[in-house]
Design a protein around this ligand. Structure first.
Ligand code: PA5
Length: 444
């Protein structure tokens, strides 16, 4: 993975970026020594190097049971208990795998919304299928996931019988507390623990991400290896100038100070759409607090050049872009020649599709820089487990540093509770009687 900030440098003086070096060194030290705000949630920091081959084997063994007994596996989870697995799976999977016969179980996602039609249609799809469930919830009490699991547990038991359900339902949750833990212990499901000191959005390299990725047939050892290598590359003793996480944290804070309040994560590969979603949660939930924080937005190019391109080129100049650039596709396809050339595209005949995409990428970069949009580029060699592991740890470490430099606690999310309180009051949840009356009044 390579970070290139040269096309952002013209928008902020090098001196201003370098001025962040002491704050970044202090943030790194605080992370290492566990002296920063949120220091009870630093389990992600050295997680990659702490993962053992035995642990990977344990996850793979559980995945194998699901693979042997299921044609579909529903991953139930939301936010940090969902997006990491989906990001990696979408990036690695054949875009049309759902249309093809496969030895791998089809992975479906649920528990991340409260759409009645979505759940009804999911149940319709699962009826008559050999399916399993991975129920992921750190708290074990998240409403979206819990409602979904209630439906899926019943369906699985009805369709496959209690004994098989016990075999193909796995819970990933807290070691001791929460409804997901209570149910798993009572029913005798296999369980994996989400460590207390790893917050949801930093949990993709725990069983939260690793198990679904392994069930889909991908190499989690390589994913972890990529993260381990990035852990070394971004270690505290790597100098500021060479440390990619320090550099990314510095430039984005420097741009923010110059009034660039919105960072747009850009990809040129549709398979990275959910990487964008994962990144948005990571940075949004970590930095958006105390009335500050860069707003993390995301686009898929070239698709969104035809929708958001105008705004980015020409709208309010409060944005900067961070592009994830993939050097090589995993397959080869050329633009065909056409005798009639009615579309006038024969000048592209014989060229790789990816060459066209890369020229779109370079052309866009220059156009946006000309339009006043600083451009940061993160290049990875290709979409595989190893490179994604690097990218994940890179973003996590840079996020921890960046949030501390901004002066917030990057590891809590107090703001997420506000909607839940109102929803429970509106649903007359026991214990919310006082709030129920008050909120009914406010809705009048
Ligand atoms: O990052 C976070 O903490 C959140 O996104 C949570 O992961 C999300 O709300 C799901 O919570 P839980 O795993 O407790 O069901």
């Amino acid at each position: 993975m390579k970070l290139n900030t040269s096309k952002a440098a013209q928008f902020v003086a090098a001196e201003k970026v370098n001025n962040y070096a002491p704050a970044i060194a202090a943030a790194q030290k605080a992370l290492e020594e566990g002296t920063c705000p949120g220091n009870d949630f630093l389990g992600w920091l050295h997680l990659p190097s702490e993962i053992t081959p035995e642990f990977i084997a344990e996850i793979n063994a559980c995945a194998q049971v699901l693979r042997e007994n299921c044609e579909a596996v529903v991953v139930a989870g939301i936010g940090g208990s969902y997006l990491g697995a989906r990001a990696v799976l979408e990036a690695l999977s054949d875009s049309f795998s759902w249309l093809k016969p496969s030895d791998n179980p089809r992975i479906l996602f649920a528990g991340n919304n409260i759409g009645e039609d979505y759940l009804y249609e999911l149940i319709g799809y699962l009826k008559g299928k050999k399916f399993g469930v991975i129920n992921i919830s750190k708290s074990g009490t998240t409403t979206e996931t819990a409602i979904t699991f209630r439906l899926l547990k019943k369906l699985c038991e009805d369709e496959r019988g209690k004994d098989m359900a016990k075999k193909v339902i796995v819970a990933i949750t807290d070691a001791k507390k929460g409804a997901a833990r209570t149910t798993a212990d009572k029913e005798g499901y296999q369980t994996f623990v989400i460590p207390d000191n790893v917050g949801g959005r930093f949990s993709v390299l725990t069983p939260v991400g690793l198990l679904p990725i392994a069930v889909a047939g991908f190499d989690i050892a390589q994913l972890v290896k990529g993260a381990q290598d990035m852990e070394k590359e971004a270690a505290i003793d790597v100098p500021f100038e060479q440390n990619p996480c320090a550099q990314y944290a510095a430039i984005r804070n420097a741009l923010y100070a110059e009034g660039k309040k919105i960072e747009i994560l850009v990809n040129f590969q549709p398979k990275l759409h959910y990487m964008n979603e994962w990144w948005k949660q990571l940075y949004g939930e970590s930095e958006g607090k105390d009335k500050k924080g860069i707003f993390p937005a995301a686009v898929d190019f070239s698709t969104d050049l035809h929708s958001m391109g105008q705004w980015i080129q020409d709208g309010e100049r409060t944005i900067f872009e961070t592009v994830i650039s993939v050097d090589k596709p995993n397959s080869t396809l050329q633009v065909p020649a056409d005798e009639e050339n009615l579309d006038g595209l024969n000048f592209l005949a014989g060229k790789r599709i990816d060459e066209v995409n890369h020229m779109a990428e370079l052309g866009t970069q220059l156009a946006h820089v000309d339009g006043g949009v600083p451009n940061i580029r993160i290049s990875i060699e290709k979409l595989d487990e190893y490179n994604l592991g690097q990218l994940i740890y890179f973003f996590e470490k840079a996020c921890g540093i960046s949030g501390l430099v901004l002066g917030v606690n990057p590891f809590n999310q107090p703001g997420v509770e506000a909607y839940k309180k109102n929803m429970f009051a509106l649903l007359n949840k026991p214990g919310y009687e006082a709030e129920s009356k008050a909120i009914q009044e406010r809705l009048k």
